[in-house]
Design a protein around this ligand. Sequence first.
Ligand code: DQA
Length: 145
Amino acid sequence: MKKTIYIVNGPNLNLLGTREPEIYGANTLSDVEMACDKRCKSRGYALSFFQSNIEGEMVDQIQKAGAKGAALLINAAAYTHTSVAIYDALKTLDIPVIEVHISQPAAREAFRQQSFVAPVSMGSISGFGTNSYLLAIDAAIDSLL
Ligand code: DQA
């Protein structure tokens, strides 16, 4: 049985903690990774945590999650709203996929209203700050029970 939760993060999330803290909060990406690692371990899973500013590298990691992961959480950041390549990659997976956002895109600019991730996800967790990741880990693991 596969026991690794994959998390893929998109562009500019490497700047968490300093990027628009009024929207994205004070936690850094490594804070998020540590909290996710702890949550996965407490539930008997390992974590693979990845960030890239490059769309194709995200596609490679999504394919790896499909081959080796129990579930995939993805915060595709701005590529959520633009990327057919990420949509196509997610569509090939037969593991649970959960869309994650720190902010609530539905309450923001019009260009954030479209998601190429949502139609190929089991569900979306948005708007809870970086706690969205932990809620999504629980949702992913619960869906595997
Ligand atoms: C985000 C929301 C996106 O609209 C934005 O482009 C991001 C971060 C979030 O986590 O709230 O970079 O995915």
